[in-house]
Design a protein around this ligand. Structure first.
Ligand SMILES: *[C@@H]1O[C@H](CO)[C@@H](O)[C@H](O)[C@H]1NC(C)=O
Ligand SMILES: *[C@@H]1O[C@H](CO)[C@@H](O)[C@H](O)[C@H]1NC(C)=O
Length: 300
């Protein structure tokens, strides 16, 4: 598992990792830069089974302030530079995957690699070694579908109006320019951040599937967009909770407060003998897809 270096990305990855750890079936390797790994190590329970692996990074080499390895230690205007700097991970990540694959003489290569939204380029490296790769979208499907479509199409640049449709996502209906982040509003496709984002997001096309921290029943339009525009294998496995009892917070994150929606959420994550909710089933399907790929790649 390899999240982008921001707390809002690392925390849901951790929730996913804990959920997988509970099954007692998988060894989890968590990859990040040194400072983030150290922070993680100090917050994990002493009996944690995670392998923590550092990927080399020196922020000073990337025009970032010294020792900054997380969005929480840099001002907002430097976030694009941090995203760009992550492209320097490529050779290190390749070596890491290569080492994992050759451990135990290649008898037991990783079942899968799960990376954050800016790390779609990892798919190409995973495939080089015949390893399954999925992205994990730590937030809801609809918002990220809009975000993805906005960056790739920059529709606000083609109209004088303050409101516009997304060309490949008309189901989202009208977006108002004030709903865009500052970066998106000024993006025109030629500035360096647009060029970077278009490159980074286009690499999603190579992934084997996408995990989304959402609930199928409540996020149909967003999930449909990803299945149509990027890849058919999209698994809504949320909401992932760091602890039980944080369902109210999960509901708030999804913008949900009604009782009906809370019932849908509770149903989605049920895992009982005679009943599996949609998120539980999606997680099973994700593992089936990974095991299927391993079987085929082993057959050569
Ligand atoms: C660690 O210990 C806690 C408390 O005993 C337990 O609930 C949890 O399942 C353990 N985790 C692992 C990975 O063994
Ligand atoms: C990072 O690079 C700078 C400049 O090259 C160097 O001074 C510093 O010691 C390096 N930091 C680490 C942790 O290696």
């Amino acid at each position: 598992m390899f999240p982008f270096m921001a707390q809002g990305h690392i925390i849901p990855f951790l929730a996913l990792a804990f959920q997988l750890e509970k099954t007692n079936k998988y060894t989890i390797t968590f990859v990040n830069t040194k400072k983030n790994i150290n922070k993680l190590r100090s917050s994990l329970p002493p009996n944690s089974s995670f392998n923590l692996v550092e990927i080399p990074f020196n922020s000073s080499d990337h025009n970032l302030p010294p020792d900054t390895e997380n969005t929480d230690s840099i001002p907002y205007n430097l976030v694009p530079i941090l995203v760009e700097a992550t492209l320097s991970f490529k050779p290190h990540f390749r070596k890491l995957v290569s080492d994992l694959v050759s451990e135990q003489n290649g008898q037991k290569k990783p079942l899968g690699i799960i990376t954050g939204i800016f790390f779609g380029w990892c798919a190409e490296i995973a495939h080089e070694f015949g390893v399954f790769h999925a992205l994990f979208i730590a937030g809801g499907g609809f918002g990220f579908a809009c975000y993805y479509s906005m960056w790739l199409n920059l529709p606000h640049q083609n109209t004088a109006s303050d409101e516009f449709l997304l060309p490949d996502f008309p189901e989202a209906s009208r977006i108002h320019v004030t709903q865009l982040t500052d970066y998106l509003r000024v993006a025109d496709g030629s500035d360096s951040f647009s060029v970077l984002m278009q490159k980074v997001l286009t690499s999603w096309k190579n992934v084997d599937g996408i995990l989304v921290n959402t609930v199928e029943e409540l996020d149909k339009i967003g999930l449909m967009y990803f299945r149509r525009q990027i890849c058919p294998q999209v698994w809504s496995i949320g909401p992932l909770l760091l602890s039980t009892g944080s369902k109210d917070r999960a509901g708030k994150q999804l913008g949900i407060s009604s009782q009906v929606s809370m019932e849908i959420i509770e149903n989605a994550i049920k895992d009982e003998k005679n009943y599996k909710g949609s998120s539980t089933k999606a997680m099973d399907e994700f593992f089936n897809a990974a095991f299927t790929m391993r079987k085929w790649s082993t057959l050569g």
